[in-house]
Design a protein around this ligand. Structure first.
Ligand code: FES
Ligand code: FES
Length: 193
């Protein structure tokens, strides 16, 4: 565990202590908290969090990773999609404590060496990143698809991305972006084999 992590946990513990209700205070109710330990974007960390905290709020408000977006906040739009052990998952419908010990990836974690990954580059160049609000969820969902199926058909892309809604523009450029990313990744894999 890094010193930053230890500091975070210590700060959170201090905050928890100051939040604790004073014994005998009328109506005071102690909120249950847990130490959440996970691997987030390749780095281990621990935080003391309320048991009822959503994964979306943990990522955005506790960790400060605001790439994961809050769209409908009701499991309908896919804007909040993150990867949990390589599988897409809605962060607005997942408690943070449910990912204890798991490997979480957000759109920030998909960069490679500080630059855009081929998938992110494809969304940029093929105009799949249209409004920016749905894009993080589109990219994390597409990343999960390409990890399990490096050469998806258009129908397979449509099926995989079915839970990610675009409310403004359309899906043609998004699908093209995934196809371009698949071709780039496959060419890269062939070159290095
Ligand atoms: S914000 Fe999570 S599905 Fe819409
Ligand atoms: S491109 Fe984001 S909602 Fe349409």
């Amino acid at each position: 565990m890094t010193s930053t992590t230890a500091t975070t946990a210590t700060t959170a513990q201090a905050s928890a202590a100051s939040d604790a209700p004073t014994a005998g205070t009328p109506g005071a109710k102690k909120r249950a908290r847990s130490i959440l330990g996970l691997v987030l974007n390749g780095r281990e960390r621990e935080d003391l969090i309320p048991d009822g905290l959503l994964l979306l709020d943990y990522l955005r408000e506790v960790v400060g990773l605001t790439g994961t977006k809050q769209g409908c906040d009701g499991g309908e739009c896919g804007a909040c999609t993150v990867l949990v052990d390589d599988q897409p998952r809605l962060a607005c419908s997942t408690l943070a404590v449910q990912v204890q010990g798991r490997r979480i990836e957000t759109v920030e974690g998909l960069t490679e060496g500080g630059t855009m990954s081929p998938l992110q580059q494809a969304f940029h160049e093929s105009l799949g990143a249209q409004c920016g609000f749905c894009t993080p969820g589109m990219i994390t969902t597409a990343e999960a698809l390409l990890r399990r199926n490096p050469n998806p058909s258009v129908d397979e892309i449509k099926t995989a991305m079915g839970g990610n809604l675009c409310r403004c523009t359309g899906y043609v450029k998004i699908i093209e972006s995934v196809q371009v990313a698949a071709a780039t990744r496959n060419a890269s894999a062939r070159a290095s084999s």
